[in-house]
Write a protein that binds this ligand. Sequence first.
Ligand SMILES: *Cc1c(COP(=O)(O)O)cnc(C)c1O
Length: 398
Amino acid sequence: MTHDFYARVRQTLEDIDAQGLTKPERVIDSRQGPVIQVGGRDVLNFCANNYLGLAGDERVTQAGIAAQDRWGAGTASVRFICGTLGIHKQLERAIADYLGFEDTILFAAAFDANGGIFEPLFTDEDAIVSDSLNHASIIDGVRLCKAKRYRFANSDMDDLETQLKQARADGARTIIIATDGAFSMDGYIAKLKDIRALADKYDALIMVDDCHATGFLGPKGRGSYAHCGVGVDFVTGTFGKALGGAMGGFICAKSEVVALLKQRARPYLFSNALSPAVCGSSMEAIRIAGGAEGDQLRDQLFANARRYRAAMTEAGFDLLPGEHPIIPVMLGDAKLAQDMAARMLELGVYVIGFSFPVVPRGQARIRTQMSAAHTFDQIDQTVDAFKTAGKELGVIAS
Ligand SMILES: *Cc1c(COP(=O)(O)O)cnc(C)c1O
């Protein structure tokens, strides 16, 4: 009965709410940036994936407007019918050259890139060995593929080797190791040097999802694999984070792989081409990230991360270790994380508490993220607000 269906939907919503897991959407009244307008006042923003500060950047914005002016709102077509514009070819070339790959295929989102990469390339004769903390879109992409699945504990190289041995013992034709380049909840960078060595030992391919790395990790911001100084077979990434923050995803790989994906990847074949505005903004972001200004932005980003880490540690907060601009402030209790985030907003800093099921039970946290657009002054103000809130809520000694 349809009546029962709607009652069940309402009951599920109530259950989510009763567990304190409802995620409200707070409305922002300005462009994305280090300072945003929320509820009629300016607050510091420390929870965007705006690592290089290019979301809201005037040049990136204007490049999108110019592209829309030249090419219109969009193609009203998938790529292979009448949806391939000159600007799509330019963007494909720009991202492939930037990341050092032969070719690129574009998607509406990195979620679609991860959803489309496995199924056309691997069959039930093959094996996918996946990190247990991989992004939801990799997990979904693996589910859509008939290859045998193996999972290794997050960044546990002994377990990875165990799974690779098992896959070989099970007679896998081709093995692919799939991992996030940087894990979004912890800011941990994948151990790609060790993964590379194991991939060589067991003759496996490597696929890296670099959504939280492209544009800022490694030399010229080429990503986690460049940071670790190794090569990989496939990189999936997004234009929705450091590279301008608009939207859109891609896979960089050897040209024959891209050619096959263009024939077979379902989110590519059955979904509209990227809008010209998105292409224009993304290309300008790649230009900035790949140039001398990109080096300055990355220097500022990591200087900000070091300053914030040092001051927060000194203040007595429990941070997860690392060098990534994702810096989780560990609080443990879900309610405490919510209360802390609410108090921070009152104090003029917008941050978000993360709790189960996004992170394990008892490991609730406020995930702070640094941007090159933050000034030292803004970092210090945020640390001061954390100190005030932390003392009030008994997180640090007063
Ligand atoms: C953000 C993210 C995605 C999704 O990217 P979209 O382009 O927004 O779909 C995929 N994988 C990882 C690791 C991410 O952090």
